[in-house]
Design a protein around this ligand. Sequence first.
Ligand SMILES: [Zn+2]
Length: 306
Amino acid sequence: MSSFLPTIHAQNKARTYLERFYRSGKIPHALRFVGPPSVGKMTTARQWAKLLLCADSDLASLEACGQCSSCHSFESGTHPDLITLAPAPGKKAIGVDEVRELILAARLYPLISSRKLFLLDEADSMGASAQNSLLKILEEAPENQFIILICRQEETLLPTVLSRTVRLPFDALRQDDLAALLPSGQEDYLSLYEWQSFQGREEEAALCQQVWQQVSLLGRLSEAEEVWSTISKRDRDFFVLLCDFLLPRYQQATITTTDEQRKELLRRFGVTLEWRRALEENANVVLSFYNWLLRMSESSQLKDTR
Ligand SMILES: [Zn+2]
């Protein structure tokens, strides 16, 4: 069995299509990946891009070489010939101006690969005018350019966009697919969604896990000075990630604990939820972190002196 796209082995249909395209050498210029959120659409698109951009990919195994300058740029997240577009922060959709910029970028030759790839996340949220602008690149894409539209639904796409893109279906994951997808040993504390958000961010995942050990009832907050000083230097994005990591754990933990513990877990859940909201409302990052930590330790200090 080929090791192509190992992270999406559950998506057999999509993988089979891509393998066929690649082996036949007839690679469609415009694809649309359609399926529910968090089933591997963007992961697949990125793996596919890596393969197409690689200078020395292996046709038998369908793997990028991992050694060429394209693969190195890809891994460092700075590949100049891979352009990913997503709705700007605070915006619901990719706008017309962004699509126009993309069309300008498409006129330039690739810099380090022989091809150029464009990935459009949440493409189905684009308005009609953005989609109309996009038609230009869908209709007149040069030989060496490829575009992937990543969509949850297709109803919002114009018929002209639909007819100019090849559809690849992505299915909802079954429970056994999920278990197989998770790296071994991480099943206990990482959901698939989290695993995807933490890919390439192992250090942050480990840090979140350390924090959880301290703020669950097992650890004592006052004994984790080192963790807190590491954490306090992080940015808003990390703290939001941390809140999203902790909140479901509190909910789960309340199921198996005693009444007294449950009360405390729910309190900490509430404190963390408030912190999450404060971060969303642009509260000062460092201050809100220390405020959270203070409120989290309120009752653990009581426990410590008991
Ligand atoms: Zn390579």
